[in-house]
Design a binder for this molecule. Structure first.
Ligand code: CA
Length: 236
C-alpha cells in the first residue's frame, strides 16, 4: 500500500535535520531516499526519479544553487529548498534558478507536509496538462477566458498589469514567486530591477481584493524573497 505513495529525495548533510525529516515523512507513508551531499543527490535524482526533492543549500561538496541548476538541465521534479534565514540571497538565487519553493529552518512538520502536498499537486496537474479556465479559492473567482475577476459575486475591475500580476501568482499558487520572476513575467525581461513597481501594484491589488489590506489572506509577502498567493488548500 505504501509502495504507491510518493518518493521524496532528501539532500541534507545535517544529521539532526535528516532525523527530523525521516520521522515526519515516514509517518505519512512517503518513501524516502536520503543523501548527504550534492553529487550523491544528483545521482539519486537521475536513477530513482523521485516525486519531490528537499534540498539544503549549504552542502559539503557543492552549493544547493548548483544542484538546482544541474537538476533543471534535465528535469522539472519539484525542488523545495530547506535553508536557514541568513542565506536569503542564496534562496532567492535558487528560486530564480528553478527551485519551486523554500522553507526557512527551523520549520514545523505541518508546514513541510503542506508544501510537499502543494508541489505534488502542481506537478501532477502539469503532467496531466490540465489548465482549468476558472480558478476559485474562498470568495475569489477568476475566469481566465473572460479575464474576469469576482469577489463574493461582485466584479472587480483590474488594470491589465494588476490582472497579469494576479494571474501569474495564481499560476504558482501556494508556492513562492520571487521578485525577479514576477517582474520578468508581468513587466518583461528589461524591468527586473524595478522592485518598487511590484510594491505599488501589489498594494493596489490588496486594496481591491483583501478585506484588510494590512493583513492579507491571499497576497502574502515573503520578506526579501517575493510573494505567495495563498489558497484555501494551503490553509487546512
Ligand atoms: Ca547544511
Amino acid at each position: 500500500m505504501t509502495s504507491d505513495k510518493e518518493m521524496i529525495l532528501l539532500i541534507e548533510d545535517e544529521f539532526q535535520m535528516r532525523r527530523f525529516l525521516r520521522v515526519t515523512l515516514q509517518s505519512q507513508g512517503y518513501r524516502l531516499i536520503e543523501t548527504q551531499n550534492g553529487e550523491e543527490g544528483l545521482a539519486q535524482a537521475a536513477t530513482r526519479q523521485p516525486d519531490v526533492i528537499l534540498l539544503d543549500l549549504g552542502l559539503p561538496d557543492m552549493d544547493g544553487l548548483e544542484v538546482t541548476e544541474r537538476l533543471r538541465e534535465w528535469t522539472n521534479i519539484p525542488i523545495i529548498i530547506i535553508s536557514a534565514r541568513e542565506q536569503e540571497r542564496d534562496k532567492v538565487r535558487a528560486l530564480d534558478a528553478g527551485a519551486d519553493d523554500y522553507l526557512t529552518k527551523p520549520f514545523g512538520s505541518d508546514e513541510l507536509l503542506a508544501r510537499i502536498r502543494v508541489s505534488i499537486r502542481h506537478s501532477t496537474r502539469e503532467k496531466a496538462g490540465q489548465e482549468s479556465p476558472v480558478f476559485q479559492t474562498g470568495n475569489l473567482l477568476v475566469d481566465f477566458s473572460r479575464r474576469q475577476v469576482t469577489l463574493a459575486g461582485k466584479e472587480i475591475h483590474l488594470t491589465p498589469i494588476e490582472y497579469r500580476l494576479l494571474t501569474t501568482l495564481i499560476r504558482y499558487a501556494d508556492r513562492v514567486v520571487t521578485h525577479n520572476q514576477l517582474l520578468r513575467e508581468v513587466w518583461g525581461p528589461q524591468q527586473t530591477n524595478q522592485v518598487q513597481y511590484l510594491r505599488v501594484y501589489m498594494a493596489q491589488l490588496r486594496q481591491k481584493l483583501e478585506d484588510d489590506p494590512a493583513r492579507p489572506c491571499f497576497l502574502i509577502n515573503e520578506p526579501g524573497i517575493g510573494y505567495r498567493f495563498k489558497t484555501d488548500a494551503d490553509k487546512g
